[in-house]
Design a protein around this ligand. Structure first.
Ligand code: AMP
Length: 481
């Protein structure tokens, strides 16, 4: 079971005296906020980043969400601010969800101070944000677009900013925010502290960093290692036309708390959601074409347990923090290896362990190789016992799965189990997880329609092996935590 393991460590009586956060020189009020959040031990990124930020230096930290990076900057920044004053801190976030979430973290950690924060993002009216701004805030957490609106009207001035934080910089650049971000940086005073947080640091980021940062300290929390430690991965080879059927069978046979299913496209996400709903799953959908209110409703409903499955696209799901996401299912293989890391970062958050399943068709062979290279590990291939597999052969006519550029031709049929069934020999250290009967209607097949080869309902016999424990030879081993 995926539990927020760190929170389990919090034994109320002893928190404060034992709290190693105390040795980090955070202010007394901020320490109380940390205590109230239930954190006991700093995560590695917090241990390394907090002293740098407290010392006033610039920083480039490569760490993905899920490592505790928000607190790594929020705690020392709040300590440095001390009490309410002018608007001194600007945090830029690539998505509305992240802006809302990070602002909430700041507010929670600041609850024993008089420091005021505001989240500024698009898709919602200006009213509430305006009145917060008028009251006077110390910290603005913003997406670039809406921030620029307020800069134009003069409702926000960056004149007093002395700490500038760019979070998820890689994604911000991917989303085309570079010119706006550069403009915003240029409007901040030169005398300031600047912090960059990014899952990866490709050359474009190094270029922005060179004009935005001064002698930055570098903190790297290994992406590959953290991903491999916190998530049990598995590939499930399947014929393209059977993907939905396999998804349903996996959901029916898996003991999950909550699942995020990733689709490459908005249209695909809607389609998967429709079919899952038809099969009696409580489903939320998150993608950029949904209104802000729909997005908030989806996220809140998923957090509260109203929805057991969330179908999402990459950008929409970026950075969302939902405790207890036990499984991530990549219905479509992500286009970029970094996206694989971001997607599976939705499970195994902080120091809990999650499961990440990727459905793969032969067309995805090159993408999978890139992902394995990127995370520095081979992902085991598994088969779902009792699932009636059709032969897995490449579909040359499948445009969305086609590789970009030169690789196309050579991949056909290569790689993934195009031959006969590869039996997952169960066993391994993992210990099978029994399928929980009842609960969600496991009416596999469910009439969902679509595609040929859809099936007569198949009995969900057999047991579900928690993967990662017994893959195709490599990776292996359960992670002891
Ligand atoms: P982040 O990487 O900032 O998105 O954080 C991921 C999750 O870990 C969030 O749910 C945080 O509340 C949680 N978290 C961060 N730091 C700690 C800590 N030191 N102890 C326990 N939980 C933490």
């Amino acid at each position: 079971m995926t539990q927020p393991a760190l929170l389990l460590l919090a034994q109320p009586a002893s928190i404060f005296t034992l709290m190693p956060f105390k040795s980090l020189n955070l202010s007394e009020q901020v320490l109380r906020g940390v205590q109230a959040a239930g954190y006991t031990e700093p995560t590695p990124i917090q241990l390394r980043a907090i002293p740098v930020v407290l010392g006033g230096g610039d920083l480039i930290a490569s760490a993905q969400t899920g490592t505790g990076k928000t607190a790594a900057f929020a705690l020392p920044v709040l300590s440095r601010l001390g009490t309410h004053g002018r608007t001194r801190v600007l945090v830029l976030e690539p998505t509305r969800e992240l802006a809302a979430q990070v602002e909430t973290s700041f507010r929670n950690f600041a609850r024993f101070t008089d420091i005021r924060t505001v989240a500024v993002f698009g898709g919602v009216g200006y009213g509430v944000q305006r009145s917060e701004l008028k009251r006077g805030v110390d910290i603005i957490v913003a997406t670039p677009g809406r921030l620029v609106d307020y800069l134009k009207t003069g409702e926000i001035s960056l004149r007093d900013i002395n700490i500038l934080i760019l979070d998820e910089v890689d994604r911000m650049l991917d989303m085309g925010f570079l010119p706006t971000v550069k403009d915003i940086i240029a409007r901040c005073p030169r005398e300031r502290q600047t912090l960059f947080f990014s899952a990866t640091v490709p050359p474009e980021i190094a270029a922005v960093a060179s004009f935005a940062l001064r002698n930055p300290a570098k903190v790297e929390i290994g992406v590959a290692r953290s991903v491999n430690e916190s998530v049990n991965h598995a590939l499930y080879p399947v014929a393209y036309d059977q993907k939905f059927e396999l998804l349903e069978a996996l959901l029916a046979k898996t003991e999950f708390d909550s699942v995020i299913v990733f689709s490459r496209t908005k249209h695909g996400a809607d389609k998967i959601a429709r079919r899952l709903k038809a099969a009696n799953h409580a489903v939320a959908v998150l993608h950029a074409n949904r209104s802000q209110n729909q997005r908030i409703e989806a996220l809140e409903g998923f957090k509260s347990g109203k929805y057991e499955v969330m179908v999402a696209t990459d950008i929409a799901a970026r950075g969302i923090d939902v405790a207890g996401v036990s499984h991530v299912i990549n219905y479509d293989v992500p286009e970029k290896p970094e996206d694989y890391v971001h997607r599976i970062g939705r499970t195994g958050r902080a120091q809990a362990v999650g499961d990440a399943i990727t459905l793969v068709s032969p067309e995805n062979a090159a993408d999978i190789r890139d992902i394995q290279r990127f995370i520095g590990a081979k992902i085991p291939e598994l088969r779902l016992e009792g699932f009636n597999y059709a032969p897995i052969i490449a579909r040359p006519d499948q445009p969305t799965q086609q590789r970009r550029g030169q690789r196309g031709g050579g991949q056909r049929g290569g790689g993934y189990g195009s031959g006969g069934p590869r039996h997952q020999s169960g066993g391994g250290g993992g210990g099978p997880r029994q399928h929980q009967a009842g609960g969600r209607g496991n009416s596999s097949g469910g009439g969902g329609g679509g595609g040929r080869g859809e099936g007569q309902p198949r009995p969900a016999e057999g047991s579900w092996n928690r993967f990662g424990a017994s893959g195709g030879g490599t990776g292996g081993g359960r992670r002891g935590r």
